[in-house]
Design a protein around this ligand. Structure first.
Ligand code: UDP
Length: 411
């Protein structure tokens, strides 16, 4: 841990000039508040300002002036921006980085806004905190920083809910959802014993819309061992229920963590679902990224679901530990509910269109869309006919349902 020293005299770049101008402007705009804070300090007989220390994610300390009373007490951190000690956008001053020994070596300054902080607002689990810092460092530019700040403000406006509690489960339209982190979900998936097969499902806006009119689907979801929150719609739903979602634990972002963990622990994976050839392509891509990954078997998802014995025998004979089922909702969840007891595996996970993404057949939304929770717009643009009902009709319907939902007093 060390205190941040004033930078040596050097050329100021355009972003630093911009930052200093923004910081000056904000200080001028909020200066009437400083008068009130000063009066409050005088009434309480305390000094007008005190010196405080704040620490960034990698343990660097910043000394700054703070108002002891009033509002916007930390606004004078902007003076540190003007001095060049910190940046408007850099390493988080709010969240410590525990996950990566390399992160403390960053040349990125501490920042009032951070990429990690922005990703936390929508529970993005694509990178660890250390990886996020290094990604920011390698993309550090005027536009990149500006986009982080814009996305942070946008996500605050849409998904704010930081003050809400984070219970371990909550109920959304009769579906019990586990408010898990990616890490705890992966641990549960990988450490399940082989005696009984555990089921893991993901719930998104489409699942909720189906569940509202399909009791069999709701019951399949509620009989699962773990139901995870997938997407910004469920984040909004959780907020409406008075709950803050810990993370956005969707299948596409969770799969790399599962593959990494499975490779380490020598657990094998069976891939069931999608059109013939798609899972094979996805498996090849996954094994390119994780050469130790053991794919125990593959089967497409277009078989007669009423005659599944052959498929079940194939999964059991493969000796797989984990089965990924990609047959779309509600088919995959109901299939899992009906056949889970026949499977000699540790965990079965329903993953929807995941093989289509990992095979490269369908492109994923660009990062900036994922970072503001708008991946669905891209999916709609990619498959307008197939996804019209789901998104153009389904999303407003879901928002209406949320708006008119009478929230129970307890979770
Ligand atoms: N699918 C399947 N068998 C079926 C119906 C669908 O294997 O009987 C596959 C389909 O090819 C696609 C996936 O299930 O790969 C469903 O993708 P979708 O985008 O609908 O899933 P989501 O992630 O949106 O739930």
């Amino acid at each position: 841990m060390h205190q941040l020293s004033r930078p040596a005299r050097r050329r100021i770049n355009s972003f630093e000039m911009f930052e200093a101008c923004v910081a000056c402007s904000i200080i001028i705009i909020v200066s009437p508040i400083f008068v009130i804070n000063g009066i409050l300090a005088a009434i309480n007989g305390s000094p007008y300002l005190r010196q405080s220390i704040i620490q960034d994610a990698v343990g660097r300390q910043i000394v700054f002036l703070q108002w002891p009373y009033g509002i916007l007490k930390n606004t004078l951190l902007l003076l540190n921006v003007i001095r060049g000690d910190i940046s408007l956008c850099g390493v988080s001053l709010k969240h410590a980085c525990h996950d990566d020994a390399l992160a403390p070596l960053t040349s990125l300054k501490p920042g009032l806004f951070s990429l990690h902080g922005q990703r936390q607002l929508i529970g993005n689990i694509e990178m660890t905190h250390g990886e996020t810092i290094r990604f920011h460092e390698s993309h550090n530019s005027f536009h990149f920083n500006l986009s982080i700040m814009a996305k942070t403000l946008l996500c605050h406006a849409i998904y704010q809910g930081n003050a809400l509690p984070t219970p371990s489960t909550f109920n959304l339209f009769g579906i019990k959802i586990h408010n898990a982190t990616a890490k705890s979900a992966v641990d549960t998936i990988l450490s399940a014993p082989k005696e009984t097969c555990r089921s893991v499902f993901f719930v998104n806006v489409n699942s909720v819309n189906i569940a509202v009119r399909n009791n069999a689907f709701t019951s399949a979801l509620n009989n699962a061992d773990m139901v995870l929150a997938d997407g910004s719609g469920v984040r909004l739903g959780a907020r409406r229920m008075g709950v803050k979602l810990r993370e956005n634990v969707n299948g596409t972002d969770l799969l790399p963590h599962i593959c990494k963990g499975a490779s380490k622990r020598k657990l094998s994976i069976f891939m069931l679902g999608s059109a013939p050839g798609v899972a094979e392509k996805a498996a090849k891509n996954l094994q390119q990224q994780w050469p130790q990954l053991d794919i125990a078997g593959i089967h497409h998802g277009y078989f007669d679901k009423n005659h599944s014995d052959e498929v079940i025998d194939m999964i059991n004979a493969s000796g797989a530990d984990i089965c990924l089922v990609a047959m779309g909702s509600p088919v995959q969840e109901q299939w899992v509910e009906s056949h889970q007891h026949q499977l000699n595996i540790r965990t079965i996970i329903a993953v929807g269109g995941l093989f289509d993404f990992y095979s490269g057949n369908i492109r994923r939304a660009p990062p900036w869309m994922r970072e503001i929770g708008m991946e669905w717009i891209f999916r709609l643009l990619m498959e307008p006919r197939a996804k019209f009902n789901r998104y153009v009709m389904g999303n407003p319907l879901y928002l209406l349902r949320l708006a008119f939902y009478n929230r129970p007093t307890s979770h």
